[in-house]
Design a protein around this ligand. Structure first.
Ligand code: TYD
Length: 214
């Protein structure tokens, strides 16, 4: 089971990934969390460039580096972990490229989707959580965290396009997406995640219960 967590910067994804990991472990599954970019040792170097390089990076170069990170991540980490029967929870994946580079940077959405397919060899998540919040809230949260990285430093308009892009992707992929209202107290957001996981496990019980270690 491969589950991805998506949303704008400051949407609370990291907190909910921790919650989902604990919840699934308590159910008897082995769970590993990872992230895009930076899930492999090469990926850590690419992440550093993507988030902190202080020269110009053209939008296409940026997308290709995210995709290079992803190709490495799928091949050397995600697939091997799944083959060992682990549940993999990934902080960002293909939909980040479509939302950030496709919709917000203004590269073609079709091209972002097509190139994602090449980078991942069509390897899709089973389930994707999207945390949806107003742009003001996400930007306030990021500002409170202190220093901003290269993408977090973009203007409001960029972040609004990311959110609108995500909602459009979710509308086009209703089977895979669970859109969660992230503009609520953290316990309520976790309760929504828990309910969606519970339902997904029930619907796929025959396959998923084979993953249980106890
Ligand atoms: P993230 O790891 O969520 O940052 P943080 O550790 O600060 O929470 O994501 C890194 C940034 O990269 C984030 O601003 C989103 C952006 N991003 C893209 O623009 N395209 C992509 O394909 C991915 C995976 C991330």
């Amino acid at each position: 089971m491969f589950i991805t967590f998506e949303g704008p910067d400051g949407s609370g994804k990291s907190t909910q990934i921790k919650f989902a990991k604990e919840y699934l472990e308590n159910k008897g599954f082995e769970v590993v969390t990872t992230r895009d970019p930076g899930g492999t040792s090469l990926g850590i170097k690419l992440r550093e460039i993507l988030l902190n390089y202080d020269g110009d990076i053209c939008s296409l170069t940026e997308m290709l580096i995210f995709l290079a990170d992803r190709a490495q991540h799928v091949e050397y980490k995600i697939k091997p972990l799944l083959a060992q029967g682990k549940i993999v929870l990934c902080d960002r994946y293909i939909d980040s490229t479509v939302a950030y580079q496709g919709y917000a940077r203004g590269l073609s959405v079709d091209a972002a989707e097509y190139m994602n397919n090449i980078a991942t060899q069509n390897f899709m998540p089973d389930l994707t959580f999207l945390f949806n919040l107003p742009v003001e809230t996400t930007m306030e949260r990021v500002a409170k965290q202190g220093t901003k990285d290269r993408l977090e430093s973009e203007m409001r308009e960029f972040h609004q396009k990311v959110i609108d892009g995500y909602l459009d992707i979710a509308r086009r992929n209703p089977d895979r997406f669970r859109v969660i209202d992230g503009n609520k107290p953290v316990e309520e957001v976790s309760a929504a995640v828990k309910l969606a996981l519970e339902t997904f496990i029930k619907q796929n019980a025959i396959i998923i219960n084979k993953l249980k270690t106890r």
